[in-house]
Design a protein around this ligand. Sequence first.
Ligand code: ADP
Ligand code: ADP
Length: 224
Amino acid sequence: MALIEGRNIWKIYGSGEAKTYALRGIDISINEGEFVAIMGPSGCGKSTLLNILGLLDVPTRGEVYIKGKKTTLMNENERAIFRRKISGFIFQQFHLIKTLTALENVELPMILDEKDKKYRRKRAKKLLEMVGLAERIYHYPNQLSGGQQQRVAIARALANNPKIIFADEPTGNLDSKSGKIVMDLLKELNEKGITIIMVTHDKDLAKYASRIIKMKDGKIVSYE
Ligand code: ADP
Ligand code: ADP
C-alpha cells in the first residue's frame, strides 16, 4: 500500500476573476522509502502539492490517503499528529525561530510532543552533532550561515523521528557547496529509511532522487 496517495487533487485559489487553478487533477502515489523529486517551472503548483500531501493545506477537490486512510475523515487533531510525529518539514527560508538557539530550535518539536527536558536536550545535541553542528549548538540563527541554518532545520525536522520528510526547495537559498552538504544529508536519511518528498526546480538536484515527477501548469506531465 502506498504511504501517501493523492487522487484527482484540485486546488483553486481565490474566486471570480481572480481564480487560480494551481492544481488540475493530480494523481500521485508515493511508497515508503522513496526519494521523490517533484520538478517543474516556477508557479506550476509544486509547493501547493507538497503542502497538500503534507496536510498543511487541503485540496479544493480530491482526496489524500495516508496508508490508505482518507485524510478528509481525519479531524484537526489527527492531522496535527501526522504533521508533528510522522512528518518533518524543511523549507527554503529555514523558518527557524530567531530568538532561540540552535539547540532550542531543535528541542521545540519535542516540547510540543511533551518529551521531558533531559531527553530533549540529549536528542537535540545528538541531532545537531549528526548534521555537523556540534560546535554551534548555542548559536542563534543570525550567527549561522545559510547552510548551517538549514542543517539546524533538518535536525529540527528529525526531532520526533519522522517517517517522511517534506522538503520545499531545501537548497534554494544556499550556495552550491552548502547545498551539496544538505542534499547529501537528505540522501543519507533516505538510506536510513526515511521517505523524502522534495520540491525543486533545479535539475542538478534530481540525481539525488530515486524518482522524478515533472509538473507543468498544475498537472503531472511525466513520471520517471
Ligand atoms: P510552485 O511551487 O511550482 O512555484 P505554487 O504551488 O507556489 O507553485 O503556485 C501555483 C500557483 O498558485 C501559482 O500561480 C501561484 O501564484 C498560485 N498560488 C499559490 N499560493 C497561492 C495563494 N495562497 N493564493 C493565491 N494564489 C496562490
Ligand atoms: P556553510 O558551509 O555552512 O555554508 P559558509 O561556508 O557559508 O558555511 O560559512 C563559512 C564559515 O563562516 C562558517 O563556519 C560560519 O560559521 C561562518 N559564517 C558564515 N556566515 C555567517 C554569519 N552570518 N554569521 C556568523 N558566522 C558566519
